[in-house]
Design a protein. Structure first.
Length: 202
């Protein structure tokens, strides 16, 4: 089965759209997904991008996400807590979840808590809210997520994203081909299936 690497950040507004769509879209396309949290803040800083300070772009972002959510039949909430996850704790738990094989369920539940229930990412109460239904002990998970081993994994995932040319969240990588933005999800899946027009005749 073809595979797509899904690079995203807990705290990326546009990632909400992809998180809520990619599971069903990939299943329908016969493509497996590897969920890969990474530190987009580091990458953005390296590229001199400070999105939250762009006065005109931020209001557009909220309206754009609202429109795209409605287009895809997703919940269209008011703007969530943003920025969020200041200490990257939610991202670290996501990295642990990816390593242990329960990342998709954790990510979907986390983005629902953030966008739909207006809970702040990285808050211990939010993590308890998300982890308990997954059968996870929040205290134990958080303790493990704060370990040097998980920090090293998160750094490695960020380095991997950088090596693929990833500069924003969400991004998709298929056989070294990188696609940025939720509006490129379908194109990335087509590439994974070998059905992109640029692949004709290969």
């Amino acid at each position: 089965m073809k595979q797509i690497d899904f690079f995203y950040f807990f705290g990326s507004v546009y990632a909400y759209l992809s998180v809520m769509r990619i599971g069903k879209a990939a299943e329908a396309a016969g493509v497996s997904v590897r969920w890969r949290p990474f530190n987009v803040r580091t990458v953005m800083k390296e590229n001199n991008v400070a999105f939250r300070s762009e006065a005109l772009k931020v209001p557009y972002m909220w309206r754009d996400v609202e429109r795209r959510s409605a287009t895809h039949g997703l919940s269209v909430p008011a703007a969530p807590v943003w920025p969020t996850d200041p200490e990257l704790l939610h991202n670290m738990v996501g990295t642990l979840a990816a390593a242990e094989g329960w990342c998709e369920a954790f990510t979907v539940a986390s983005f629902k808590a953030w966008f739909v229930e207006h809970m702040a990412l990285g808050d211990p109460a939010t993590l308890e809210h998300v982890l308990a239904p997954l059968g996870k002990n929040a205290e134990a998970v958080i303790s493990q997520a704060k370990s040097e081993e998980v920090a090293a994994l998160y750094q490695a995932e960020t380095e991997l994203a950088r090596s693929h040319g990833v500069f924003g969240s969400p991004s998709f990588v298929v056989d070294g081909e990188m696609f940025w933005g939720d509006d490129r999800l379908e194109e990335a899946l087509a590439w994974a299936r070998g059905e992109h027009r640029l692949q004709a005749g290969r």
